[in-house]
Design a protein around this ligand. Structure first.
Ligand SMILES: [Zn+2]
Length: 357
């Protein structure tokens, strides 16, 4: 795997992990603080998934007879060696491991969504098998797409739980795999020799937003929800009540009543600073999508989904919000016509967040 393409995103942003560590006491504080450091180290590690596994040789080999879904779930057994022991392969019956089966099912939904809605065959578009390791680390309170596979922790038992059972979290990480293959070099991925790769600037925020937007559509598609009945939340099902209600809201980014108390997402480009964390500035593009979707009504994935997916497919590694606006507005016009309801809604969405004026 070329290191340039590695993803560097965890489901729970560093700020939230640090907040959990700061709020905890005694041994639990130490556990969470160690996980904050572990996440930072993993971001920079080129060896996280480097353990040789004979099976990986056939990973991305597309065949005419490829199954529509290709999933393998492993157990890291509480350690950090990847992928670990194979628990369930495609078409295997359920295991007695609930987290393995939940991951298997949720990855299946994400695979089906991209196949059915966009005609995309798995993460690389060529039918690659999606590997997932559950029971990653000791009470690890996060999930991640490493650039090659998904890793999912058991949760810390106090603040974060059910990561494997959260369709939104799984779909968000899955979509990081998709954007890694859509945008050569990785959307906003900055690699400085000797330092961990990070998601930077407007492109990094667009990378995060792509995952939130796709995860929202996966959730809504799976539940058969229209834009007005959807909750537009991410991670609404993994936080203990004392931590908060969700990680992010696309409907109202930064509204701590809907999310958690230090949520600092922004939804107006005029407030953007290049130093913003990707999870903070992603609110701008998230909200543009939400605005366009609610203006159009109906099912978000039916019309707007393809506009967003194809628009982001046109972006380069250092894209700006304005590039994303122009790309999606352009796709809306070419698919549905200048002045069509979709064209107008996409424009209005980006105007609402002051990317377009
Ligand atoms: Zn992410």
């Amino acid at each position: 795997m070329n290191a340039r393409y590695r993803c560097v995103c965890f489901a729970l942003p560093k700020k939230l992990m640090q907040h959990l560590a700061d709020s905890a006491e005694g041994e639990h504080r130490e556990l969470l603080q160690a996980q904050v450091h572990h996440c930072a180290k993993l971001r920079g590690s080129r060896h996280a998934s480097a353990q040789p596994v004979a099976r990986s040789a056939v990973k991305a080999k597309p065949t005419a007879a490829a199954k529509p879904l290709q999933r393998s779930v492993f157990s890291a057994g509480g350690q950090t060696f990847l992928p670990g022991k194979l628990l369930r392969d495609e078409d295997d019956p359920p295991t007695r491991d609930a987290l393995a089966d939940q991951s298997y099912d949720n990855i299946g939904v994400a695979l089906q969504f991209f196949k059915t809605v966009f005609g995309r065959d798995s993460i690389d578009g060529r039918g690659m098998r999606v590997d997932t390791s559950v029971h990653y680390g000791f009470r690890f309170a996060n999930a991640m797409w490493t650039g090659e596979q998904m890793i999912i922790g058991d949760g810390d038992g106090q603040n974060v739980r059910d990561l494997a059972g959260s369709l939104g979290i799984i779909a968000h990480e899955f979509a990081h795999g998709i954007s890694q293959h859509l945008v050569k070099g990785g959307l906003g991925v900055v690699q400085v020799p000797g330092a961990p790769p990070t998601l930077k600037g407007e492109a990094g925020a667009l990378n995060e937003s792509f995952s939130d937007v796709m995860a929202s559509m996966v959730k809504q598609w799976h539940a058969g929800q229209c834009v007005h009945s959807a909750d537009w939340l991410l991670g609404e099902d993994i936080l203990a009540p004392h931590v908060g209600k969700a990680i992010r809201s696309l409907k109202d980014p930064g509204n701590t009543k809907l999310t958690w108390k230090q949520d600092d997402q922004i939804k107006d480009y005029r407030g953007f600073k290049p130093t913003h964390d990707a999870h903070t500035a992603s609110g701008i593009a998230n909200h543009a999508f939400y605005q366009a979707a609610t203006q159009l009504g109906g099912h978000s994935w039916e019309t707007l989904g393809a506009v967003w997916y194809r628009g982001f497919d046109k972006l380069r590694a250092r894209a700006t919000f304005l590039d994303a606006a122009h790309a999606t507005v352009g796709v809306a016009a070419s698919l549905h016509g200048q002045g069509s309801a979709t064209h107008k809604a996409v424009k209005a969405g980006w105007k609402q967040v002051n990317v377009l004026t």
